[in-house]
Design a protein around this ligand. Structure first.
Ligand SMILES: *Cc1c(COP(=O)(O)O)cnc(C)c1O
Length: 340
């Protein structure tokens, strides 16, 4: 029995065909800029998403960090969501390693950062204050695709205020799918975008930072400083190329399965389905029963993360098929029917 792992879309394993692509990748030393597969991946994503240049890096955390350090200098500040990955889930890297001050802003329910709150947070030019330089958004945010109208407004706001604008687009292809637009309709509003290949796209490792040639030059230097200057990384870039060729269209299947899961869990009285956004389903479970639910599901070969109590976040991805959804619904039903 295969495991249905709903904890995250980071848990996917490379498919046999992806492994073949990795095996046959041409490689070179990427610190010298000589890995043809890395170069091709960077070029291709830059062209597809509308940027001058790209930089392949090990993780989304490093990609965001390099972006922040390339937009901002020591003593600068970035405006960021209080529940954004780049603020809350990256170990404070911008402050720790970049001497960049975060200015967190409370999100609206749709994940956007209200422009009036952003405006109020911008500091005057005065020696008392950090210099506000950058606005960082996240899309999707907890599965939610930011409204396209908001992206335009945020872009115009950043331009008017002389701020750079960065997107943590770890799941930007999910956002494009959920918004039913080409991904460029999202990325065109930003000066830089970080894209994860290792989430729903199913590559084992890797993110790409996109931006102007000048910004990516700076980011390349910071990547080396951060210890991220890797060598024959083409085998990993080949996995990324394969993912872009074969795993973008199918994100629609993940979203459909998440919707299916949400609808069917919603029929269970004891559960309260809070919402389904792209490949994520949020469900409230009576806190007292969570641990027992986890044990029950594990016995049925289903993994959930109970870290965000009492709300469960269930994530669909490449390694979860219709049968996996069936099995999950059946296991939830049998648990809440009391047949333990
Ligand atoms: C996963 C993720 C990242 C980067 O994560 P890594 O594990 O460092 O690759 C960044 N932003 C968001 C929103 C993410 O979900």
């Amino acid at each position: 029995m295969s495991t249905v792992d709903l904890r995250s879309d980071t848990v996917t394993r490379p498919t046999a065909a992806m492994r073949q692509a990795m095996l046959h990748a041409e490689v070179g030393d990427d610190v010298y800029g000589e890995d043809p597969t890395v170069n091709a991946l960077q070029r291709r994503l830059a062209d597809d998403l509308g940027f001058e240049a790209g930089l392949f890096v090990p993780t989304g955390t490093q990609s965001n960090l390099l972006a922040l350090m390339s937009h901002c200098e020591r003593g600068d500040e970035y405006l960021v969501g209080a529940d954004a990955h780049t603020y809350k889930y990256e170990g404070g890297g911008a402050a720790v390693l970049g001497s960049i001050q975060p200015q967190p802003i409370a999100h609206d329910v749709d994940g956007s950062l209200p422009l009036d709150k952003l405006a109020a947070a911008i500091k005057m030019v005065d020696p008392h204050f950090a210099r506000t330089r950058l606005l960082a958004l996240e899309n999707t945010w907890h599965g939610r695709a930011l409204p396209l109208g908001y992206l335009q407004a945020a872009h115009d706001f950043a331009r008017e205020r002389g701020l750079g604008i960065h997107l943590d687009g770890a799941r930007v292809f999910n956002a494009a799918e959920a918004s039913a637009v080409p991904v460029r309709e999202i990325t065109r509003h930003f000066d830089s975008v970080s894209v994860c290949l290792s989430k729903g796209l199913g590559a084992p490792v890797g993110s790409v930072l996109l931006g102007s040639a000048a910004l990516i030059d700076k980011a390349r230097r910071w990547r080396k400083v951060a210890g991220g200057g890797w060598r024959q990384a083409g085998m990993l870039a080949a996995a990324g190329q394969y993912a872009l060729d074969h795993h973008v269209q199918r994100l629609a299947d993940d979203h459909r399965r998440a919707a299916d899961l949400a609808a069917r869990l919603g029929e269970i009285d004891t559960l309260s389905v809070l919402g389904q956004y792209s490949n994520m389903v949020f469900v409230d479970v009576p806190a007292a029963r969570l641990r027992a639910l986890d044990v029950h599901l594990r016995a049925a070969g289903i993994r959930i993360s109970i870290g965000y109590l009492p709300t469960l976040r269930l994530v669909t991805h490449l390694d979860i098929d219709d049968e996996g959804i069936e099995r999950t619904v059946a296991a939830f039903r049998s648990f809440f029917a009391g047949r333990l």
